[in-house]
Design a protein around this ligand. Structure first.
Ligand code: F6P
Length: 309
């Protein structure tokens, strides 16, 4: 996120524009937490995790009254466009704000979940993926030494990109992802493949699934109950996945999207998210980025299945 704030700031200054930073997202816009951003104020930030502007989830912004207060701050500071960095909730907020007050808004996809339609990837996803792979490499030492099955739960809020791709990258035996769960019992399938016949240990990546509550513990409990004899452990990686130095890939992505957001504004674009498609910058209307489901490529599911025998 810092890399994209830096890019937005410097690209705008390059055009001779003035930039304000809003602390704590939409809540900060409601509460008038606005700072000047200069070339110097974004120095020494590209390598830092988190966001130096701070972030917050704002229930108030979901109400017309909250957005009205935010608009008052917006006009008080003489702002004429808004760039919002975030996931589904943030872009939905930007869409509402744009609709209510006819303000040009540009979105930058920033979420470790990678679940925004219209962009191949989102800022933070690659860093989180690498963190997970690093953790699973370490967990594997215990799994193999003790002949255990580990269910490792990763973030994704009902999106399986982190689980599926970290499973491939870490050489795990399976991934249990929400996108697949409607028509297959992924656990039965995994056990049915006779995992124990060829290997003494297994690692299964499980995507957190707040909607149905079926996380790593749920599958570990099922194995203990339905398939006795396995030595099962659970590891929930949690907020480890949201911190740390961003990868080079994420820094470049954030820099490109930050510059693209300013170019988009300069071209008169509004109410779109800038994204990456086949390594090219694209503009995706908010309505599509937010509403459409981004599917997991079945090829990835096949690759894991083929390689985990
Ligand atoms: O949407 C991004 C995300 O990192 C999800 O993967 C995760 O479920 C959620 O945020 C965690 O949010 P919080 O830090 O508010 O618990």
């Amino acid at each position: 996120m810092n890399a994209s704030v830096r890019a937005v700031t410097r690209a705008a200054i390059h055009k001779g524009w003035t930039v304000k930073g809003i602390c704590r997202g939409f809540q900060g816009l409601i509460e008038d937490e606005v700072v000047d951003l200069t070339t110097e104020s974004v120095s020494n930030t590209i390598q830092r995790g988190g966001t130096f502007l701070k972030s917050a989830r704002s229930k108030e912004f979901r109400t017309p009254e909250g957005r009205q207060k935010a608009y008052e701050t917006f006009t008080r500071h003489g702002m004429d466009a808004l760039i919002v960095i975030g996931g589904n909730g943030s872009l939905a907020g930007a869409q509402d704000f744009a609709k209510d007050f006819d303000v040009p808004c540009i979105g930058i996809p920033g979420t470790i979940d990678n679940d925004l339609y219209g962009t191949d990837t989102t800022i933070g996803y690659d860093t989180a993926l690498n963190t997970i792979v690093d953790c699973v490499d370490k967990i594997r030492d215990t799994a193999t030494s003790h002949d255990r099955i580990f269910f490792v739960e990763v973030m994704g809020r009902d999106a399986g990109f982190l689980a599926q791709n970290s499973a491939i990258a870490a050489g795990a035996e399976a991934a249990i992802i929400p996108e697949d769960s409607t028509d297959v019992d992924q656990l039965a399938e995994f056990i049915g493949r006779g995992i124990r016949k060829s290997k003494n240990s297994s690692i299964v990546l499980v995507s957190e699934s707040p909607q149905d509550g079926k996380g790593a513990q749920y599958y570990a409990d099922r194995v203990t109950r339905e398939y006795p004899g396995y030595d099962v452990r659970v590891s929930i990686l949690g907020h480890l996945q949201r911190g740390g130095r961003p990868t080079a890939y994420d820094r470049i992505l954030a820099s490109r999207l930050g510059v693209a957001s300013i170019e988009a504004l300069d071209e008169g674009q509004r109410n779109i998210m800038v994204g990456i498609d086949d390594d090219h910058i694209v503009y995706v209307p908010f309505s599509r980025a937010i509403k459409m489901d981004k599917p997991i490529d079945p090829e990835l599911i096949n690759v894991l299945g083929v390689l985990s025998i």
